[in-house]
Design a protein around this ligand. Structure first.
Ligand code: HEC
Ligand code: HEC
Ligand code: HEC
Length: 104
């Protein structure tokens, strides 16, 4: 009985871990010339920062990546897309910290 309980516990504990490995839409890569590509990680926002799907979907982002749709930093600085949170209050500001998002 005790052993069965342990097995059940082990399964319960491992399920969220497996789930977290590919949470939401996974890693989204934005190709940006010169400044460097940006990777948005669902894992780091959903698992590490506890955001819920509907904190972002569908109000800020559609649940579908459209690689043709290019966003501008000027829009993000006026509090759109990533800039809704990355405003220097809720998360690091898009007016600086370029290198945290853009990787060469
Ligand atoms: C902090 C904001 C944020 C949260 C929270 C979030 N997402 Fe996303 N999600 C995004 C962004 C950004 C994109 C890319 C869409 C874009 O660039 O317009 C995306 C895209 C997606 C995609 C499409 C992926 C693709 O390749 O087309 C799916 C599916 C998705 N999200 C599911 C989820 C689910 C399920 C959750 C909750 C577990 C979740 N997301 C939580 C920001 C978020
Ligand atoms: C919170 C993350 C984040 C930060 C911080 C950030 N960016 Fe971006 N940047 C992005 C994303 C996402 C795109 C998206 C592009 C797309 O839709 O293809 C982008 C696009 C761009 C582009 C191409 C579009 C445009 O507006 O011309 C340039 C250039 C750019 N960033 C420069 C910068 C510089 C310089 C900084 C610092 C002052 C910076 N970024 C800070 C996430 C960020
Ligand atoms: C719903 C709010 C929200 C939105 C929308 C959002 N972020 Fe974040 N993001 C956060 C918070 C909060 C942190 C933790 C940052 C801090 O401590 O300053 C964070 C951290 C990050 C980090 C730090 C490294 C990491 O992965 O842990 C990166 C890079 C990042 N975000 C990129 C983006 C990009 C790119 C977008 C848009 C496609 C975006 N974020 C949209 C809230 C958000």
């Amino acid at each position: 009985m005790k052993r069965l309980l342990l097995v059940v516990l082990a399964v319960l504990i491992s399920v969220p871990v497996v789930y977290a490995a590919s949470v939401g839409g996974g890693n989204i890569v934005y190709k940006v010339k010169h400044s460097g590509d940006v990777t948005f990680s669902h894992d780091s926002h959903v698992t590490d920062r506890n955001f819920k799907c509907d904190d972002c979907h569908p109000s800020i982002f559609a649940m579908k990546r459209d690689a043709e749709k290019k966003r501008k930093m000027s829009d993000m600085r006026s509090k759109k897309a990533c800039g809704i949170c990355h405003n220097g209050k809720n998360a690091f500001d898009v007016s600086s910290n370029c290198y945290i998002c853009h990787k060469k």
